[in-house]
Ligand binder design. Structure first.
Ligand code: PMP
Length: 419
C-alpha cells in the first residue's frame, strides 16, 4: 500500500528549488474542494492554487470539454493561427464577461502566467503615454519578473530581482498594517507639485483587493477617487485582477461594484477554470499601438486552456451559480462574526469569497503558523499571506458545497480556539 512519503522531496531539495515546507504529504488527486493524498487522506482546499482554482478541482463541465477536445485531436498549439478553440473562447468571453459589463476592451493573449499579463500592461502603458514612470501601492504583488517586480512592494523580492528602483513611486494603499491612509490625497499633492520629485506616471497599477499583501479590500469610493484622479491627469489605470478576478470577490472582476472602467485589466489564474495556464491583458481600443513583433511569445494563448476557459465562462450562465456564490459569501461573513466573537483581537477582512484572518494583534505570524498547522492536521489546507505571513487567507472554491464549506470553517475556528 502506498503511503505518503515526502522523503524524495526532502532529498532533492538540495538540488531542486522546492517551495512547500508547510504540508508534509504528497497529493495525488483532487475533485471539487477536496485534495487527496497518495495514502488516501482527504483535505479541504481553502488555498485553491492561490486563486487558480475558483471553480474547484476537475470541474465536471470543464473536464468534459477538455477530454472531448483531446479525444478529437483538437489543435494543441496554434500560436497566431486562427483556431476554433480561440474563436470560441473569444466569443464566449466577450458575450459572458465583457459585454454585460459594458467593457469594450481589446483582448491580448499575453502568455501562460499572470506575470506575463502584467509585463504587457506595463509595456503598453509606457508605449501609449510616452512616459516611463509608474505608480504602485505598498503591499502590492504583481509578479516576479523584472518588469512586474518593479511594481511589487516586497523589499526582499525586489532585492532578489536586483531591481534598480526604476521610475516607480510606491504610495500606501487605502488600508494596510499601519492603518488607513489618504493615499489619493497624497497622489493629488505629488502630481500637482512640480517640486515633489515625482513625475506624472504612465500608469497606476492596483489590485481591487490586495491579496498577497494581506487581504486588504479597496473601498468602492477609494477606487472611484483613484479613477477620477488618474483620468484627470491622463494616467492609465491598470487593474490587476489576476487573483481578485473570476468571481473571487463575488463578481467577475473585483473592481466591478465600484462602477469604474479601468484602462487596462490583467486576468489569469482561474481564467481557464482548470488550472491550465492562460493570461490576458485587456485594454481600451485606443491604446492598441502594438506593431507586429513588439510583444510576442511562443506560448501565448494555450489551446487547451481556451477550451477549458470557454467552459468556465459558461458556468457563469448556469442556474444556481451566482446564488451559490452569494451563499458562500454569506457563510464567510458569518464566520467573520464567529471568529471575531472568539477572539476580538483578530482583524477580519474580505470581500465575497475571500477572507483574511489577521493575527497581527492576536499572536502574530507564529500563531498563524500554529493555526495553519492545526488546521492541516485536521484536514484543511489554508495558506498565509501578509507582510509577515500573519494573515490566514481563506479562499475556498466558489463552487464548494455548503456542507464542506461549513466543515472547513469549523476546522479553522477550532484551530483558532485551540491556538
Ligand atoms: N498579480 C497578482 C495580483 C497575483 O496575485 C499574482 C500571483 N500571485 C501575479 C500577479 C503573478 O501571477 P503569476 O504567479 O501567474 O505569474
Amino acid at each position: 500500500v502506498a503511503t505518503t512519503d515526502t522523503s524524495v522531496f526532502d532529498k532533492i531539495e538540495s538540488e531542486v528549488r522546492m517551495y512547500c515546507r508547510t504540508f508534509p504529504v504528497v497529493f495525488e488527486r483532487a475533485k471539487g474542494a477536496l485534495l487527496h493524498t497518495d495514502d488516501g487522506r482527504a483535505f479541504i482546499d481553502f488555498f485553491c492554487g492561490a486563486g487558480s482554482l475558483n471553480y474547484g478541482h476537475n470541474h465536471d463541465a470543464v473536464k468534459g470539454r477538455v477530454l472531448d477536445y483531446l479525444a478529437d485531436d483538437g489543435l494543441m498549439h496554434g500560436l497566431d493561427l486562427h483556431t476554433v478553440a480561440k474563436r470560441d473562447f473569444l466569443t464566449r468571453f466577450t458575450e459572458v464577461v465583457l459585454q454585460p459589463r459594458g467593457l469594450d476592451f481589446k483582448v491580448q493573449f499575453t502568455g501562460p502566467t499572470g506575470t506575463d499579463a502584467v509585463e504587457a500592461a506595463l509595456k503598453l502603458a509606457r508605449r501609449a503615454t510616452g512616459r516611463t514612470g509608474l505608480m504602485a501601492f505598498t503591499g502590492a504583488y504583481h509578479g516576479m519578473s523584472r518588469g512586474a517586480l518593479e511594481v511589487t512592494g516586497s523589499r526582499r523580492a525586489r532585492r532578489a530581482g536586483a531591481v534598480a528602483g526604476g521610475d516607480v513611486t510606491f504610495v500606501p494603499f487605502e488600508d494596510g498594517p499601519l492603518g488607513p491612509f489618504d493615499s489619493i490625497g497624497l497622489i493629488e499633492r505629488l502630481w500637482a507639485d512640480p517640486s515633489s520629485g515625482t513625475e506624472v506616471p504612465a500608469a497606476v497599477v492596483v489590485e481591487a483587493v490586495q491579496m498577497e499583501g494581506g487581504v486588504y479590500p479597496a473601498s468602492r469610493e477609494w477606487l472611484r477617487r483613484l479613477r477620477e484622479v488618474t483620468e484627470r491627469h491622463g494616467v492609465l489605470l491598470i487593474l490587476d485582477e489576476i487573483q481578485t478576478g473570476c468571481g473571487r470577490t463575488g463578481a467577475f472582476f473585483g473592481f466591478e461594484d465600484s462602477g469604474i472602467t479601468p484602462d487596462v485589466v490583467t486576468v489569469s489564474k482561474s481564467l481557464s477554470g482548470y488550472g491550465l495556464p492562460l493570461s490576458l491583458t485587456l485594454f481600451r481600443r485606443e491604446l492598441d499601438l502594438w506593431q507586429p513583433g513588439e510583444h510576442t511569445g511562443t506560448f501565448r494563448g494555450n489551446q487547451l486552456a481556451f477550451v477549458a476557459a470557454t467552459a468556465a465562462c459558461e458556468l457563469w450562465q448556469q442556474d444556481g451559480f451566482l446564488t451559490g456564490l452569494r451563499r458562500g459569501a454569506e457563510r464567510l461573513a458569518r464566520f467573520r462574526a464567529d471568529a471575531g466573537a472568539l477572539d476580538p483581537r483578530l482583524v477580519l477582512r474580505g470581500r465575497g469569497m475571500v477572507l483574511g484572518v489577521d493575527t497581527a494583534l492576536a499572536g502574530g505570524a507564529e500563531r498563524a503558523a500554529r493555526v495553519q498547522r492545526h488546521a492541516f492536521e485536521h484536514g484543511l489546507i489554508v495558506e498565509r499571506c501578509g507582510r509577515h505571513d500573519e494573515v490566514l487567507k481563506v479562499m475556498p472554491p466558489l463552487t464548494i458545497a455548503p456542507g464542506l464549506l461549513d466543515e472547513g470553517l469549523g476546522i479553522l475556528l477550532d484551530a483558532l480556539r485551540a491556538n
